[in-house]
Design a protein around this ligand. Structure first.
Ligand code: AMP
Ligand code: TRP
Length: 327
């Protein structure tokens, strides 16, 4: 099966990105043909400082390798190095409708406060994402819950294109993990954990040190009810139990039973230690990769060449069926 996913190189990845998208993708690498993409063209739909963006791209590469992407098995590449993404993105903009993009909740969320003062790219962002996916005959896309609507748009565009121009694109399916598809903000369990949150208390970054992790978990917002239970009416607590499950693999129900009488304070302390133990080896590997920029460059450049070969053949086919070639 062809599997593809992408993460934006903005700020440092948090545990929501890691458990929601990166880890599920890596688990598929063993049996499936995985394409893992650094989506820098998506990142620039909101202003980025060039030097910082460059660092974030290197960090993302190091993080993917440290988390277990094996460049011998998977194709790890950078979106902007493969010209076919921007090209198919344009071609699909002529297929997408204003109305369907106006319905995208991510655009609404990111633009509401800013009014007209957002880039046009932020609006057409989901069309570029559709191009990313459709270029590679992708069958499955591991993502967090927040990307479900973009996947539905991708499916609609593929079906519409196939109907109008003949069978060209594979219609992809999302893979959304129930336990990790929506990790909530630690400081507000009504919203998801997010890299661009104004307060760092919102998230645990993959690079947070032990003391920061302890402090953030200690101050995580829960509720005033006593005892530990798995309950949708207690979203802050449920989120902590989910994270505990993700770092230890122990079922949530067993964790909840174990802490039933021990209480929130103990649960938080032990969760913080489990997270520290989980992230420390990953952090060490990331730092080791970052010391070796030549190796990072080689991995990304080889991966991007391989991706470009597949993607340019697809764009050629799209142009042909759209009538953009001389007879
Ligand atoms: P982004 O950082 O927006 O590029 O997101 C990269 C991937 O992480 C996407 O598949 C998102 O759906 C996923 N993701 C982002 N935030 C969360 C979250 N809070 N919980 C689970 N997955 C997430
Ligand atoms: N829009 C995705 C996000 O913010 C990132 C992304 C871009 C992506 N292109 C993709 C994810 C293709 C999966 C497949 O999370």
């Amino acid at each position: 099966m062809r599997v593809l996913t992408g993460i934006q190189p903005t700020n440092i990845l948090h545990i929501g990105n890691y458990f929601g998208a990166l880890k599920p993708a890596i688990e598929l690498q063993r049996e499936d043909d995985l394409f893992m993409m650094i989506v820098d063209l998506h990142a620039i739909t909101v202003p980025q400082k060039p030097e910082q963006l460059q660092k974030n791209i290197a960090f993302a590469t190091a993080a993917y390798l440290a988390a277990g992407i094996d460049p011998k098995k998977a194709t790890l590449f950078q979106q902007s190095r493969v010209p076919a993404h921007a090209e198919l993105g344009w071609l699909l903009q002529t297929v997408a409708r204003m109305g369907e993009l106006e319905r995208m909740t991510q655009f609404k969320d990111k633009s509401t406060a800013k009014g007209q003062n957002v880039s046009v790219g932020l609006f057409t962002y989901p069309v570029l994402m559709a191009a990313d996916i459709l270029l590679y005959d992708t069958q499955a896309v591991p993502v967090g819950e927040d990307q479900k609507q973009h996947l539905e748009l991708t499916r609609d565009l593929a079906e519409r294109f196939n109907r109008d121009f003949g069978q060209t694109f594979v219609v992809p399916k999302p893979i959304i993990n129930i336990a990790s598809g929506r990790i909530l903000a630690l400081d507000n369990p009504d919203i998801k954990m997010s890299k661009s949150a104004p307060s760092p208390k919102n998230y645990i970054s993959l690079m947070d040190d032990a003391d920061t992790i302890r402090k953030k978990i200690k101050s995580a917002v829960t509720d005033s009810e006593s005892g530990i239970s798995i309950d949708d009416a207690r979203p802050g607590l449920k989120n902590l139990l989910a994270i505990f499950h993700l770092v230890t693999d122990e079922p949530m129900s067993e964790i909840a039973t174990r802490y039933e009488n021990k209480g929130m304070k103990n649960l938080k302390e032990d969760l913080a230690e489990a997270l520290v133990a989980h992230l420390e080896p990953l952090q060490k590997k990331i730092n080791d990769y970052l010391k070796n920029p030549d190796e990072l460059e080689k991995v990304v450049s080889d991966g991007s060449l391989k991706a470009a070969e597949i993607a340019s053949a697809k764009v050629a086919r799209v142009k042909e069926v759209m009538g953009l070639r001389l007879a």
